[in-house]
Design a protein around this ligand. Structure first.
Ligand SMILES: CC(C)(COP(=O)(O)OP(=O)(O)OC[C@H]1O[C@@H](n2cnc3c(N)ncnc32)[C@H](O)[C@@H]1OP(=O)(O)O)[C@@H](O)C(=O)NCCC(=O)NCCS
Length: 294
C-alpha cells in the first residue's frame, strides 16, 4: 500500500499542483493549469496567502486542497486516490474552523457531489455560477479594430506598467500589481506571445486577453479579458480575443476554453464569448455547509 503524506504548500509548489491537474485534465475537469497560475499569483502573498495542503504518494503530489478563506474550497484529486476526497473535506472542516463552507463542482463530478452530501453539504440553487465554454480553433474570423488601434502581444517587462494599468481599469481594482504581474510572467505556462493587448492611439493599452496554453492537451484557457471602461462597446475585447486565439492556434492548440459567469447577474462576458463562437458544455453547482452558529 502506498504511504500518503500531507504537508502545506508554499508558492514554489505551484508547479507540482499543476502537474497533477494537467495529468488528470479532461473537458470535464474544473481546473486547468492556467487558472492555477492566475489564481495563485494574481495577488501578492501579503494580500492572499491562502492555506493549500498537498497530499503526496512516492514524493509526487496526487491531490491538493486550496482554501480560499473564509469559506471557499478548491480541490483536485488524482482518480487513482479517490479516498483523498474525504481527507481534503476533513482538512477543510478544520481549516474553516466551524465557519460556513462552500465548494463549486462541475456537472460531471458526481462522486464528489455524493461525497459532499455525505459530509453535510447541500446544493444551493440560487448561487451565481460559472458556465464552461469551448471552441475549436479551426474557423477563426480575423480581428477587426477601429482606426488607430492596434492589437499585439506584450513585449515583456517594458510593457508591464501599461499591462497592469489596463487590467486595473477593466476590473476597477488595484489588486493586480506590477509585482504580482511579474510573478505571473515568470510562472509556467505563461507565454508572452499569448498575452495580447490593444494599444490605443495615445499609446495606452485599452483592452487585454491572456491565454494559458496546456500543450499536453492542446487546449488554451482564456483568463482574464478586460477593456478599459473608456473604450468599451467598440469591439476591442472581441478583437483582442480573436488575435490571441490566432496566436494560440499558431502555438499548436486545437481548442480553447473560457469560464464566464452563466447566471443572469453578470451576463456580458458570456455574450462576448458566445459571439466569438464558444459553446457551453458544463456549469458549476454550489454546495454549502452551514457554520456552527447558523
Ligand atoms: C466584458 C468586457 C471585456 C467587454 O469588453 P468590450 O470591449 O466592451 O466588448 P466588445 O465591444 O468587444 O463587445 C463584444 C460583445 O460583447 C457583448 N457586450 C459587450 N458589452 C456589452 C454590454 N454592455 N451589454 C450587452 N452585451 C455586451 C456583446 O455581445 C458584444 O457584441 P456586439 O457589440 O456585437 O453586441 C468588458 O465589459 C469588461 O472589461 N468587463 C469587466 C471585466 C470582465 O468581466 N471580463 C470578462 C471576464 S474574464
Amino acid at each position: 500500500m502506498t504511504a500518503i503524506m500531507r504537508r502545506y504548500a508554499d508558492v514554489g509548489d505551484l508547479r507540482a499542483m499543476q502537474r497533477v491537474t494537467q495529468r488528470v485534465w479532461s473537458v470535464d475537469s474544473p481546473h486547468h493549469v492556467g487558472d492555477l497560475a492566475w489564481g495563485r499569483l494574481m495577488y501578492t502573498l501579503d494580500q492572499a496567502d491562502w492555506p493549500i495542503a498537498l497530499w503526496e504518494a512516492d514524493g509526487r503530489v496526487v491531490a491538493w486542497g486550496w482554501a480560499h478563506l473564509p469559506d471557499d474550497l478548491r480541490l483536485q484529486v488524482d482518480p487513482a486516490f479517490p479516498e483523498l476526497v474525504e481527507e481534503i473535506l476533513a482538512w477543510f472542516d478544520e481549516t474553516a474552523a466551524g465557519g460556513p463552507r462552500e465548494i463549486n463542482v462541475l456537472d460531471a463530478q458526481t462522486e464528489l457531489r455524493d461525497a459532499l452530501v455525505r459530509h453535510g453539504y447541500r446544493p444551493r440553487d440560487d448561487a451565481p455560477y460559472f458556465r464552461y465554454h469551448s471552441r475549436s480553433l479551426t474557423d477563426l474570423p480575423a480581428p477587426a479594430l477601429p482606426d488607430g488601434f492596434t492589437a499585439r502581444a506584450v513585449r515583456g517587462d517594458q510593457d508591464v506598467d501599461r499591462r497592469v494599468a489596463v487590467h486595473q481599469a477593466a476590473w476597477s481594482s488595484t489588486g493586480v500589481t506590477t509585482e504580482s504581474y511579474r510573478a505571473i510572467m515568470d510562472a509556467w505556462p505563461y507565454r508572452p506571445e499569448l498575452d495580447w493587448i490593444v494599444e490605443a492611439p495615445d499609446g495606452r493599452f485599452a483592452a487585454n486577453c491572456l491565454i494559458w496554453y496546456d500543450d499536453a492537451h492542446r487546449v488554451g484557457l482564456i483568463e482574464p479579458v478586460g477593456t478599459d471602461p473608456a473604450h468599451r462597446r467598440r469591439g476591442l475585447s472581441r478583437a483582442v480575443c480573436l488575435a490571441a486565439l490566432h496566436a494560440l492556434r499558431r502555438a499548436g492548440a486545437t481548442s480553447a476554453i473560457v469560464c464566464p459567469r452563466g447566471d443572469a447577474g453578470y451576463p456580458v462576458p458570456q455574450a462576448l464569448y458566445r459571439g466569438l463562437g464558444f459553446h457551453p458544455y458544463a456549469r458549476t453547482h454550489t454546495y454549502v455547509k452551514l457554520g456552527r452558529t447558523e
